[in-house]
Design a protein around this ligand. Structure first.
Ligand SMILES: CC(C)(COP(=O)(O)OP(=O)(O)OC[C@H]1O[C@@H](n2cnc3c(N)ncnc32)[C@H](O)[C@@H]1OP(=O)(O)O)[C@@H](O)C(=O)NCCC(=O)NCCS
Length: 171
């Protein structure tokens, strides 16, 4: 079943999307990650490591980034990867939109772009995991709105009272 794209045609904001990145994008990506206020310093550093790996090993077997840019400002990004050892399962590693740009459909568009590429690569199922903590409630609501289904929860996975919520979407 092919569901309709999440992207809303009436979005007012002029945003450009691209999947070519360089480390010149890092300051903008870092600002987005930091300004969301939900990621630890170590998590922000992991985003940088993912970017380096993406740039240095640009194969589809590796990570792939999309960035959303409003004028010269990076407004959001996502990072997707195949789940290695599976033939057709993929995972959204990261998705974040700068708070000033929330609610404009940017994350939806990023997911649409990632899904289009994953489908082209033969992907059949896309996963995303997040924390059960309340600061991630917007993210969980976003995933449900984006057609993902909550397939499981692992209590206390990240820490006591910080479980892992696993969402998936058939493509
Ligand atoms: C989750 C996040 C990426 C959503 O980005 P966004 O660009 O604002 O999302 P969109 O505008 O595409 O939202 C699409 C739909 O998702 C749902 N949604 C998004 N944010 C929501 C919120 N704060 N509360 C409730 N529903 C929300 C809505 O249904 C929305 O549709 P609507 O605007 O027509 O109501 C953004 O809130 C974010 O960066 N959060 C912090 C980082 C994070 O938690 N990332 C995930 C880590 S696993």
């Amino acid at each position: 079943m092919k569901s309709k794209p999440l992207t809303r045609p009436a979005d007012q904001l002029a945003v450009a999307y691209r999947d070519e990145i360089t480390m010149d994008d890092w300051p903008g990506v870092r600002t987005v990650a930091e300004e969301t206020g939900v990621f630890t310093e170590r998590e922000v550093e992991i985003v940088r490591e993912l970017m380096v790996d993406t740039i240095e090993r640009p194969t589809w077997n590796n990570y792939r980034f999309w960035v959303a840019q409003a004028d010269r400002v990076i407004a959001g990004f996502t990072c997707v990867s195949p789940i290695h050892t599976t033939p057709d399962r993929y995972e959204i590693y990261w998705i974040a939109v700068h708070p000033e740009f929330h609610g404009h459909g940017i994350a939806s568009r990023l997911v649409d772009l990632a899904i289009a590429r994953v489908r082209k690569q033969g992907g059949r199922k896309l996963y995303v995991e997040t924390s059960t903590r309340s600061i991630y409630e917007p993210a969980r609501k976003f995933y449900l709105a984006a057609g993902f289904v909550l397939e499981g929860t692992l209590p206390d996975y990240y820490a006591d009272d910080d479980g892992k919520a696993i969402f998936a979407r058939r493509l």
